[in-house]
Design a protein around this ligand. Structure first.
Ligand code: TXA
Ligand code: MG
Length: 320
């Protein structure tokens, strides 16, 4: 099992010697290695069992380092960086040669993010290299939002997990880039679309399907729990599965079901708060995935604030 602690110097020493360390960010925990060290990057892919065609995000301690790693920054993306960094935003930018092709899966753009979790910011600022870090989960499974989630799934493959508590945002970063002068959101995430649009005007949300895996995190079936999940109207679904005699658990936005055992239901935010719902989403999916039910019934949220991004994850988790 990995050691869990808050020792930044220890994490820095391991990373400097080419080892991997799980790091907390405000979105989800990352599986970090030296982004400029091909061996470290290779071991990230290996540890996650991630296909090599799925590029990694590079994390910087400060926006000022951006020009060291990318050739240019379009004004629109510069605007987003100023507004939302440090924070849950990843920008796709033309990479410089020192970023190994392995990191970007051969693409000429690199995903860059300045996370705002204080422990990881301090760690990044103490290093003289940036950190490549995908979410610290086995490929295709739910992203970890606590040190224990990482321990459960990758603990035997890691020397150290830097413990930064429960992730404050709970959804992966919003990924934004540009093509032919148009701002495009490639992955919905921790910064809601309306906030991006209030900074740069109307954006395009790239249709997300397995036939268009520009960004493989967009593969339809992703972030999936082990127990099958269906989405729909909860009252109708519950009636249907009850009639069929199938044992189920329920993931709702804000409801509670007195007739169902507590351990078979999870409300993302009893108060109906979208930020809280995002923060609890992956924890809720993991909680219900530990039950012995045959199926998890879930409902979509209204498509406002982070509801859009939450629904995106729910749809992928229920895609087969
Ligand atoms: O919040 C986050 O973004 C977390 C934390 C740890 O920073 N990281 C994360 O990484 O979610 P990962 O590897 O699980 O997802 C990154 C996504 C992948 O779907 C990948 O395909 C996409 O970013 N991506 C990275 N670089 C890209 C590029 N140059 N072009 C297109 N997509 C890219
Ligand atoms: Mg991931």
């Amino acid at each position: 099992m990995a050691e869990i602690g808050k020792d930044i110097e220890k994490a820095a020493a391991l990373l400097s010697s080419g080892k991997l360390v799980a790091i907390p960010t405000e979105t989800v925990y990352g599986l970090a290695g030296n982004a400029l060290d091909e061996q470290a990057v290779l071991s990230i892919f290996k540890t996650k069992k991630r296909p090599s065609f799925d590029p990694l995000i590079v994390h910087l301690g400060d926006k000022a380092q951006l020009s060291d790693y990318v050739k240019e920054v379009p004004v629109e993306l510069e605007e987003l960086a100023s507004k939302f960094w440090p924070g849950p935003l990843t920008l796709l930018l033309p990479k410089r040669g020192m970023i190994p092709d392995l990191v970007t899966s051969g693409l000429d753009t690199v995903g860059i993010r300045v996370p705002r979790h204080p422990l990881t910011r301090e760690l990044l600022q103490s290093l003289d290299f940036p950190l490549a870090a995908p979410s610290a989960n086995p490929f295709g499974y739910i992203s970890p939002t606590s040190a224990l989630h990482v321990q459960d799934q990758l603990g035997d493959k890691l020397p150290y997990i830097l413990d930064g508590g429960t992730c404050e945002v709970g959804l992966e970063s919003t990924i934004v880039g540009m093509e032919q002068g148009q701002v495009i959101i490639y992955r919905l995430g921790g910064i809601a679309v309306d906030r991006i649009e209030s900074a740069v005007g109307k954006v395009l949300i790239l249709p997300q399907s397995s036939s268009n895996p520009k960004s493989p995190g967009m593969l339809k079936s992703h972030y999936a729990p082990g127990i099958p999940m269906v989405l729909g109207n909860l009252d109708e679904l519950m009636t249907k599965y009850r009639q069929k005699g199938i044992v189920f658990a329920v993931l709702s936005f804000n409801r509670s079901f007195p007739e169902l055992p507590q351990e078979l239901q999870f409300a993302l935010s009893p108060a109906g708060d979208y930020d809280e719902a995002a923060r609890n989403l992956f924890q809720g999916m993991r909680f219900l995935d530990r039950t012995k039910v045959e199926i998890i019934l879930a409902e979509e949220l209204p498509e406002i604030h982070l509801g859009k991004a939450i629904n995106d994850r729910l749809r992928r988790a229920s895609a087969k």
